[in-house]
Design a binder for this molecule. Sequence first.
Ligand SMILES: Cc1cc2nc3c(=O)[nH]c(=O)nc-3n(C[C@H](O)[C@H](O)[C@H](O)COP(=O)(O)OP(=O)(O)OC[C@H]3O[C@@H](n4cnc5c(N)ncnc54)[C@H](O)[C@@H]3O)c2cc1C
Length: 419
Amino acid sequence: MPARTSTAIVLGAGVVGVTTAYALAQRGIQVTLVDRHVEPAMGTSHANGAQLSYLYTDALASPRIWRQLPALLLGQDSAFRFKIRPDPDYAFWLLAFLRNCTPARFERNTLATFELAMESRLRMDELLARHELKFDHVENGKMHLYADAGLRPLVEEIRRLKPADAEEQVILSHEEACAIEPTLVTANPKPAFVLYSPKEAVGDPYRFARELLGVLKAQYGVAARFGEEAVGLEETGGEAVLTLESGETLPADQVVVCTGLPPRFLKGMGLKLPICPMKGYSFTAPAGPAAPEVSLTDTLRRTVITRLGNAVRVAGLADLGWRETGIDQTRLESLIRAAREGLPQAADYEATYNHWTGLRPMTPDSQPRIGRLSPVIAYNLGHGMLGWTLAMGSSERLGRLITGNAQPMPDRKDIANAC
Ligand SMILES: Cc1cc2nc3c(=O)[nH]c(=O)nc-3n(C[C@H](O)[C@H](O)[C@H](O)COP(=O)(O)OP(=O)(O)OC[C@H]3O[C@@H](n4cnc5c(N)ncnc54)[C@H](O)[C@@H]3O)c2cc1C
């Protein structure tokens, strides 16, 4: 590590990049943000589900996958698909994912993410106490709707796993849930039970990134280079040097890579992180006559429904191994149909807009990779399904790593060939 980091380049201006820039700028480091798009949060962060799900940190790899595997292999699961590709890294990822589907690993991964999410919530509260950011942020709670009463023991077991008290998470009957969120009378089917987390929040990640960038520029002297594609990175003379497509080189004491999925040039430098894209879709629509205030997850159809001001955002679908972001109209329509079936009056489904896809940067253990490639190159990648939720906490951890007062992180020793 350089004697003192006084300059840093943060590559990638999604929610993880802008929060990383904040964590570094707060430590007195002169930060330059670099991104290929013309403004922040135009990648996976742009129109995600908008939920700050600090309590819902359940790892995707779970023992339940084994039961679901036949349906997945036969393509019978409409919300989740995976592509078969002759790619050794992908095959390695799939195997690593399956290795994480044991009860012990599910528990470990879920708890590690929970710990990071709690740190994130704290850091978000601190940020919002310090700076006024307008991004439709509200703490209206979250409800998971379960149609199958038989799932209750499992849901209770996972709830007990997390050190959260009844004020944080409680199981309700449909009637009890309707007393809090009256629009649930329109839910189809009527949920057998509801997992309610009253302190969960929502916020528009795109507006957040723009607002935070404004503060970073005005109050912390952060510079931004948009419309710049990075094509190479090297360490030379004790500095990190980022090469742009234009041929320009940008030196700094540190480069922190926050690109969600790792750029190809990192692999060329010997860093092989197990991060695989999982494509998802979202749409936004004007709020309908029964638009919920509490954000909802329809666990039957695996859609999330979030109130953002006068609009409703619906997100879902998980296409593992898809690398391109083009909209498959059939998939989009299946998402609109699923939302309409589950909550017919939540949105004006005839007037949907902002149709969008994003690539969740998934790790096999659902935990981001925060670490170093060298004393002058670090990374904050692989936030999967929860990057918006985890961004503030993981950026703070990255900040501690850079300034040398990192606290021990769980299982960080196996970062390179993790899982
Ligand atoms: C459908 C869907 C719903 C979701 N819902 C939620 C939710 O409700 N709650 C939640 O917590 N999370 C959610 N997520 C996950 C969350 O959106 C991601 O984990 C998060 O956005 C990742 O942020 P990021 O900053 O790491 O990546 P990104 O937002 O993708 O940012 C990476 C940036 O790096 C830039 N970049 C990449 N390579 C280069 C290069 N070579 N040169 C220059 N720039 C480069 C890109 O332009 C991009 O701006 C959802 C994801 C999807 C797909």
